[in-house]
Design a binder for this molecule. Sequence first.
Ligand SMILES: [Zn+2]
Ligand SMILES: [Zn+2]
Ligand SMILES: [Zn+2]
Length: 281
Amino acid sequence: MGSLPEYGRKEVPGHLHHLRTTTELKAQRLKPADGQQPVTLLRVYRRGHGWGEFPLYDPAQAAQMRPLSAKQQAAMKARRTCPNCNVVRRYVAYRVCQECAVKEQQECMELQSRTYWRCCRVSVTPGPQGRDGRCEPCWLQWVIQRQFEGERFAVWSRACPGRYCQKVTATDAEVSAERAARPWRGPRWCPPCAERDERERAEQLRADQEARGHAREARRDEVASLIEWARAVLTDPDTVVLDAVIRGEACLTSGSVSANARGRITRSGTVSPTRRAVFRK
Ligand SMILES: [Zn+2]
Ligand SMILES: [Zn+2]
Ligand SMILES: [Zn+2]
């Protein structure tokens, strides 16, 4: 075979176009006859296999394959019949035939072009472009809503944002000039509202600081009383301190533990995890 000329799919010269590979012969129920030699080689790239060389035979010299039995013919026909259009194709129709698959795809795309994706409404004809997937009613509603919100924003940006104050503090032109020169800090305050807001903020800040101070003082007092108690307990000769780190399930969270001066556990007392427990004799 090494001496045979080799061609790619598109390089086969015109006078060799009638040649067939064994697979192509098989599709015509032919096979290379005994001793039939290939005329040339076909170079083909197959995905997953790489480049391969396949002998090309002259179908005029090929031998007929054994005829199919009636059962085989029926099976072959069944494999090639499209379940959708019932047409017998020249290839195996796996789900539907290629023609039906193309038609399905076109129908799907056509339905998609008539469907508004925002509300999933389907119209008879494709809707106008540039409405961002909105049908006519949805589009009108959106436009009205946008106008309404725009107007509400304009009213808000013209007026003082102070509490119970609707005084107009800027014209539309002033607002747009301020918004163009970013960052825009919101509507202008009227002088009384600005003064009141400043005062309220200062008062709030002072109240917060006072509250934090009170909390700190309360904690300090609590700690001092605890220290006092601990000192009293440690100087008491009748008290033993049991210092235990309790882990996992086998802890003394609600168990009863007692101890005497020699460290023997004898009497009841409740211990919570990672706390020091003090027991009196
Ligand atoms: Zn079909
Ligand atoms: Zn809609
Ligand atoms: Zn105001």
